[in-house]
Design a protein around this ligand. Sequence first.
Ligand code: SF4
Length: 488
Amino acid sequence: MQLTKTNFIQYLNCPESLWLLKNKEEDYPKGEFSLFLEKLIKEGYEVESYAQQLFPNGNKLPSFTTPEQTTLALSDNNSHYFQPSFETQKGAYAVIDILEKKNDNTWHIYEVKSSNSIKTDRKHNHVKDSCFQKYVMTECGFTISQVSIIHLNKNYVKQGTIQPTELLEIVDVTDEINNIYSSTVNDINAALNFIKKDIDLTQCSCIEKTRSNHCDAFQHFNPQVENHSIYEINRISAKKIEQLRDLGILQIKDIPDNFKLNKKQRLQVLSNRRKETIINTDEIHQTLNKLKFPLHFIDYETYPTAVPKLDRMSPHEHLAFQVSIHTLLSDSTLKHNEYLSDNVELPDILLKLMKDTTGETGTFISWYAPFETSRNKEMMKLFPEYESYLQYVNDNMFDLETIFHTLYVDYRFLGRTSIKNVLPILVPNLSYKNLNIQNGTMALDTWGKTVLEPEKFKNLSKVRKDLLKYCELDTLGMVKIFQRLQTL
Ligand code: SF4
């Protein structure tokens, strides 16, 4: 059984989830995120191809060569090799992005990352995964004298042909890796032993942790945890989870009155126990009455790319490719306008349509407004001529989701206030279920494929209609939710 650097980082995050992946792959949930993951992998290859251009005479080795074949291939006169692979006797397996032979017969490992910086967080630890690569090569008999990480330069702004020396930064991490080397080797050995353990794991440790720690395998390991469980309580701490479990409580409805929770959490418990919605009608009306008509319900779909596709854009900047706007007038007239780009272009046509549709009038309403306001700030930089318009939009933006934090609490939201959770409860006749595009990840993935690989689609116009329907439902859903709140 092999252990790669990705497996190793997964092990450090959660040994149980890696065990499941390695031993019962059929039970390992793929999850909605896999589409996004697929996009990240493709972007990784793209960044790597630019990194390889930094070493023009590099020699690309075939994948899955044995250590002996690799050693043989590395004995030629080249100084740089792309993708040489190594495997230790215990099964630790590494494909090195770029390997440099130094004059003193030692080796320099370059690991390529598609991020804007070196990450050392729990889920992505670039220093530890580079250390894993050094360990594998060392075990295979090579002397590694230097390790560097190549990542995207966050200050890069594309202008014409991309120059790899401007797009990328090389950071020497040899010292950091030397500092953690022996402890990482212990962890690698522990991981190799753990995945080969002949055990049948039926529980995992996230039963003691909050929902933000849970992965898609939580349900597999903890089937006894059903909907309306204590993990759904907003921002509940691990300590409180532990206290409740000590009391033998897993369901929200069983939480006693005297158990200490904040106001928001208490409302959630109340709604759950009574199986009814807790509504602060007066405050909802007061809040909605402050909004100025016309009301522009707005939603963007965006496509972030690691390597900028257009001049004036930077690594990982979002490209707004779609907007839907429903405008509600004070006499209840509803108008809809939308734009969906059919190629990779800066959003000037989109902005013109927005400005022509709304002008600097009324209130803009979105769901989780920080997303829309951040995109507006980015577009202000790209198009200074729209700065005052976009500033107006941001200054007059209302986040409809905030109503559902404490003013309207319903146990059927299952502790989440995304529009996908709220809409089916407030407006049951509107649903995402029958749409071909069901969420933002699918929207960006589908749009990206339609513009970058159009030849793969038999019926492009139908796919475009699916994209339009999805974004339209986001804003129509907000209108219907708003109108439902007005009737309270
Ligand atoms: S739910 Fe938590 S402990 Fe369980 S497998 Fe996932 S990450 Fe690991």
